[in-house]
Design a protein around this ligand. Structure first.
Ligand code: MG
Length: 344
């Protein structure tokens, strides 16, 4: 198999402001893996806080390309799992770069089988949860504009951890009564104040809270989880399957992202393991193209919640957007990821 890759700078439609900082771009790497007449597409989306760069991804993918050259046989799900164990062992970290290999391998497999991935896995597209649409921290005026852009989406994801989170929610509530997922992005500091706020958020029809405290402050997370009337989800506190045991008792649920957990093979195992521990599962994303979104969408029907709006937040997506019906991503019957390059 031949692996090639090229860097892409994803341009955000609006500067993205979180409790942890602001940015206008996300580094991405687009991958292709070819075998015979078939080519699978993959992607690494690398927000700065996880430490991967175009350079680190190029170095890692160079190693992966050499390893993949030794494979010539048709793919299967179990062969991909075995290949990904080898790829994972090439170097620590590099989770998004690893995901870009995993996604391309899966797309290639589906194309060789002439089947969509969801059908190869026996997944029911009708179980697809609605996707939320994310609004970063912003002025009331910009929040108004972004709410208009949220048009078809039926759930809003609001970034909190600001100086005045109640004001952020009040601004949204003056304009929209859609259900809200609230993401504090590690921005809350005080347990009692957090619990007061969560109780107030429940009255505002907020459905769940993501990552209230610093990622390493599991004690505070467990304290809040024990008392909170709303489910508390781990995002930054939880990267991949090997960490599930450590955080399981501290949250009601986990946010699984392909870019954190090295791709679809591990994500599927993670979703099953989280379910077995009684944890709810959200499938999330970074700002990324339709490629990684289409990949996550294949397994989203296995999850309780979906936050797969990444390709709606960028302005230079090289692929067609996923089909959306009242905020629910529609899986198509095209092989693999069902991804199409944009026609001019
Ligand atoms: Mg989050």
């Amino acid at each position: 198999m031949q692996l090639t890759f090229q860097p892409l700078l994803l341009e955000l439609r609006h500067p993205f402001r979180l409790a942890t900082g602001m940015r206008t771009h996300t580094n991405a790497m687009l991958t292709e893996i070819s075998l015979g007449a078939y080519t699978g597409f993959g992607e690494a989306a690398m927000p700065p806080y996880y430490g991967e760069t175009h350079q680190s991804a190029a170095v890692f993918l160079g190693l992966a390309a050499t390893r993949l050259q030794t494979y010539h046989q048709p793919l299967s799900g179990s062969l991909i799992t075995a290949i990904m164990q080898e790829i994972d062992a090439l170097a620590p970290g590099n989770h998004a770069a690893k995901a870009s290999v995993d996604i391309a391998l899966h797309d290639l497999w589906g194309k060789m089988e002439s089947k969509p991935l969801w059908s190869l896995w026996g997944i029911s597209p009708e179980k697809m949860p609605p996707t939320s649409f994310t609004l970063g921290l912003d002025s009331p005026e910009m929040t108004r504009r972004k709410l208009e852009e949220a048009g078809d989406f039926q759930i809003l994801k609001i970034k909190l951890g600001s100086d005045d989170d109640r004001a952020v929610i009040r601004t949204v509530r003056e304009l929209s009564d859609k259900p809200i997922y609230a993401d504090a992005n590690q921005g809350w500091r005080n347990r009692e104040a957090a619990l007061d706020l969560v109780c107030w958020l429940q009255e505002q029809q907020v459905q769940l809270i993501e990552q209230p405290f610093h990622k390493n402050d599991l004690e505070s997370a467990a304290w809040l989880t024990e008392r909170s009337p709303l489910p508390i989800f781990a995002d930054e506190s939880f990267q991949r399957l090997s960490e599930l045991e450590r955080i399981a008792g501290c949250f009601h649920g986990v946010n699984v992202k392909l870019m954190k957990c090295t791709g679809l093979a591990e994500a599927r195992r993670t979703i099953a393991a989280a379910g077995a521990k009684g944890l709810q599962v959200m499938i999330g994303c970074m700002t990324e193209t339709s490629c990684a979104i289409a990949a996550a969408a294949q397994i989203a029907p296995l999850c309780d919640f979906a936050d797969l709006d990444g390709c709606w937040l960028i302005s230079n997506n090289p692929y067609e957007m996923p089909a959306l019906d009242r905020g629910i991503i529609q899986l198509n019957r095209q092989p693999g990821l069902g991804l199409r390059a944009k026609t001019a």
